[in-house]
Each structure stands twice: as structure tokens, then as C-alpha cells.
Design a binder for this molecule. Structure first.
Ligand code: AMP
Ligand code: ZN
Length: 469
């Protein structure tokens, strides 16, 4: 039984899906005005692990992720400059050129990190109609007001506004979230549609019943998730920084529109921090995956780095620790290669050996993604003298469907699935040649395999093979 920490209840809960065997999952995607930094990528790795654990448990996961290419101002609270316009100004390109460029780079980062692409990737600019429809519903139900031409969501109309973040309003009002927009009735109200924003010449504008303008950021996630996943979603993810504003506002909009609970499990990943606190793009300099690659690390070194710590704990990034991680991943790869390169054709799989370890592994990953313990199970497998190399390889490959570190496909390994298939086919051909007493053909196949470092051993019980070291 999979258990996961739900921000909504502040508890670890048993996961129960809405529709048997299926999981509907929504994750907030990037604002594509710049490269993703490695902090963002930590969150996407955590979400990938969550999805793969659910798949390991046999669920069919439908995963939707948005691409924000309009509407996100510098602060999540409708203040500051427009992020997309900033990107365009910086690079002297059009907003859409910038958006498409960074979207491609983002998808490449995901691929390099072995992060599985979402089932549906939805761009904000291609869903303006859906957002307008949703704002219209909110307007009809009385949750909105117009001030200075903009459409705002009135949080006083939605009684559960603080349920996700457990916000203490006074504390917050005394804190940083004091709204400078004098048109808002409540400082926590937020814009659904900007008409008279500070940017009279906003580049991307659409006609709407509320006037020509552009949508706020939060409405995009509500509109697209409702469109693709329906009114009841199993899991919604993101980083913890999105709890107090973005996700709180998403819930307010969606639940006000549909009139009932929207998401069952809110699962949040903690921040990656640098020397100067939370890593963020507004701090100026930020680390990207490409920078790590330039510095001699592989993307999977960084994935391993992220997997080393619990997703609910802050993780400090340092090059020293990344170097240690790289070394331990190299050493793990060598151990795995040694196992794989020593598999021989007469090894058989004993299902009892395998299933005991799989059960152990599953217990760890199902325990609120205890990946550190799952690695301990992997290391136990490597050490276990009762297991033969073929059994070890089978288990490593199985666990790597979650870790996704290419442990079995590593370039150090002389044997991969393709090669095993190749050997087995040649051995079949050789067996036929020998039945037909075609000794020349049989020898030719033996030599061909020798060239591939595979030695054939004929015994009275049949033919086996092993990879020569
Ligand atoms: P953004 O593009 O800022 O909306 O962020 C994209 C994703 O990265 C969101 O899920 C954020 O919660 C997450 N995120 C932002 N900064 C960090 C960080 N320093 N560490 C981990 N995740 C982050
Ligand atoms: Zn979102």
C-alpha cells in the first residue's frame, strides 16, 4: 500500500485512487522565459520518482503538465514585471520565440535527467478560451469583482482559502505579502484577467468578455487540469514554494467553480538551496544542468544527487558533494558492470530469491518515497552471495525503473538485452548446424561469438556461454 505525505492533512496517508488502477496527476510546469535552474529540476526529478513509484505499483498514470508562456509576473502575487516580456527584452526576441526556445531546452533537460515526459503537455497560450470560460463561471457564481478594469478573485467568498497552507492571516499580513495593488479589496485577492495592467502594451493580448487583455498565472493551471483530468484529481504536485500562493489560489478557483473538493493529495517537494538560500532565477546567477555538464558532471550524477535525500527535506547544493556523488555513482556502476559482465549462460532465475527483494524494495518506495532505503536494498542485492549474477541483474534492472540511472545500460557493461538476444540467436543457429553435422558452420559461429568476447562452453547437459573478461 503506497503511503504519501499530504500537505492538505499534514499527514502521511494511505493512497486511494479515484478510479481503480488509474492515477490522475497534475504537476506545475515551468515559466519558459529562461533556462530551468537545478532547483526547479530537483522538483521535476521528485515528481518523476513519484510517478514511477506509482507505475511500479501497477497504476496507469495520466500526467498533465502546463507550460507557462504568458501571464506570470515576477512575483507570484501579481506584482513585478511580466516574466515572458522580460525574457523577450533581454534576448531581443519575440515572446513566443523565447517561449518556444526555452520550452525545447526544458524538455531536453528532462530527457537528459531520464525524466519521463508528461502524458499531456499544455501551453497556456493555447488554452486561453478554457481560462475565459472558467473565469466566466466564477463571475456567474459571484466570486469575482472588477476593479480598475481587471477581474479579481475575491478570497472572502471562498471559506476554505487557508486550508492548504494553514495560513495565519495576520502573520502573513504583517509579513511580506502586503499587496501594493490598491484596487484589491483584500490583499490576498488575485487577478484572473488583466485588462488595465501596468503594461498597456502587453505583447500577447486576447479578446474576452472582460475586455482585451491576458490571463493571470494561477487560472491557467486550474483551467488546464480541469480540462484534461476532470473535476476530481488524485495528485497535484509542485515545490513547497507554491503552497501559500499559487496552489492556494488554484484550489480557491477550482473548488469555487466546481463546488466540491478538487484534489485528494497535494504532494510537495522541498527546495534546493545554495550558499545564499533558495535557488531562484531572480537572484541573478543560477546553476543550470548544462553548467554542471560543462563542469564535467553527467546529468545522471545530478539525478543521483537528488535521489540521495528525502524529497521533503531541504537539500543544499555544493560542488564538493556533487563530486562525492559522482564518485559513488561511478563505483556503483563498476559493481553493476562486474556483475553483468560475469553472467554466464547457465544461470537461472529462482523466483523466490527475486520476489523477496522486490517486496523489500516496494516496502521502501511505498513508504512516502523512502528512496534512501530503496538504495540500501539495492546494495544488499549486490552483496548477496546467494544470488547469481543473472538474478542480480534482473533485480537491478527492476529497481532502476524507479531510480532511472541507466545502471544496466551503462557503457561499462559488456552485456545488454540486445547482446543477450544476439548470443541466444547465434546459439540456436549453432545448435541446428550441429544437428545437421555442419561442423564448419558451428565453428564459424563459435569464432563470431569469440570476437564479441563470448565464450561457448559445451557440456553434457547442453551449451552455455560466458563473457570473457
Ligand atoms: P517556476 O518556474 O518558478 O514556477 O518553478 C517550477 C517548479 O520548480 C515549481 O514546482 C517550483 O515549486 C519548483 N522550484 C522553484 N525553485 C525551486 C528550488 N530552489 N528548489 C526546488 N524546486 C524549486
Ligand atoms: Zn500550477
Amino acid at each position: 500500500m503506497f503511503k504519501v505525505y499530504n500537505t492538505l492533512s499534514n499527514n502521511i496517508e494511505e493512497f486511494k485512487e479515484i478510479e481503480k488502477g488509474k492515477v490522475k496527476m497534475y504537476t506545475c510546469g515551468p515559466t519558459v522565459y529562461n533556462f530551468a535552474h537545478i532547483g526547479n529540476l530537483r522538483t521535476y526529478v521528485f515528481e518523476d520518482v513519484l510517478k514511477k513509484v506509482l507505475e511500479y505499483d501497477g497504476y496507469e498514470v495520466t500526467h498533465v503538465m502546463n507550460i507557462t508562456d504568458v501571464g506570470h509576473l515576477q512575483s507570484d502575487e501579481d506584482t513585478g514585471e511580466d516574466k515572458m516580456a522580460l525574457g523577450a527584452k533581454r534576448e531581443n526576441k519575440s515572446v513566443l520565440e523565447v517561449a518556444r526556445f526555452y520550452e525545447i531546452r526544458f524538455m531536453q533537460d528532462l530527457e537528459k535527467l531520464n525524466i519521463k515526459a508528461p502524458s499531456i503537455k499544455a501551453r497556456a497560450t493555447e488554452h486561453i478560451e478554457d481560462m475565459i470560460k472558467l473565469i466566466k463561471i466564477l463571475e456567474e457564481k459571484g466570486y469575482t469583482y472588477i476593479a480598475n478594469g481587471n477581474v479579481y478573485f475575491s478570497i472572502d467568498k471562498y471559506k476554505d482559502y487557508y486550508k492548504l497552507a494553514n495560513l495565519n492571516m495576520q502573520e502573513l499580513q504583517a509579513g511580506s505579502r502586503i499587496e501594493v495593488d490598491k484596487f484589491k479589496k483584500n490583499p490576498f485577492d488575485f487577478a484572473l484577467w488583466f485588462v488595465n495592467s501596468k503594461y498597456d502594451k502587453h505583447i500577447l493580448q486576447w479578446e474576452s468578455p472582460f475586455g482585451t487583455g491576458f490571463p493571470g498565472w494561477h487560472i491557467e493551471c486550474s483551467a488546464m487540469s480541469l480540462k484534461y483530468l476532470g473535476e476530481n484529481i488524485d495528485i497535484h504536485c509542485g515545490g513547497v514554494d507554491h503552497i501559500p500562493v499559487h496552489h492556494t489560489n488554484e484550489i480557491a478557483q477550482s473548488e469555487s467553480a466546481i463546488g466540491h473538493k478538487w484534489v485528494n493529495y497535494w504532494v510537495h517537494g522541498e527546495m534546493l538551496t545554495g550558499d545564499n538560500g533558495k535557488m531562484s532565477k531572480s537572484n541573478g546567477e543560477f546553476l543550470t544542468l548544462d553548467k554542471l555538464i560543462q563542469d564535467g558532471f553527467s546529468p545522471l550524477d545530478y539525478r543521483y544527487y537528488v535521489l540521495q535525500s528525502k524529497y521533503r527535506k531541504q537539500l543544499v547544493f555544493s560542488y564538493e558533494r556533487l563530486m562525492e556523488t559522482k564518485k559513488s555513482l561511478d563505483s556503483l556502476r563498476k559493481k553493476v558492470a562486474n556483475i553483468i559482465n560475469n553472467i554466464s549462460g547457465n544461470e537461472k532465475i529462482n523466483e523466490n530469491h527475486i520476489s523477496m527483494y522486490k517486496t523489500e524494495f516496494r516496502k521502501c518506495i511505498d513508504d512516502d518515497l523512502n528512496i534512501a532505503n530503496a538504495f540500501t536494498v539495492l546494495f544488499d542485492v549486490l552483496k548477496d552471495d546467494e544470488l547469481n549474477n543473472l538474478e542480480k541483474r534482473t533485480l537491478i534492472k527492476d529497481f532502476d525503473t524507479v531510480f532511472s540511472l541507466n545502471l544496466v545500460e551503462g557503457k561499462e557493461n559488456k552485456l545488454d538485452d540486445e547482446k543477450v538476444k544476439f548470443i541466444e540467436e547465434l546459439l540456436k543457429e549453432r545448435a541446428t548446424a550441429r544437428v545437421n553435422k555442419n561442423w564448419a558452420k558451428s565453428d564459424e559461429i563459435r569464432d563470431k561469438l569469440l570476437k564479441e568476447n563470448v565464450e561457448i562452453i559445451d557440456t553434457k547437459d547442453g551449451t552455455t556461454w560466458k563473457v570473457r573478461q
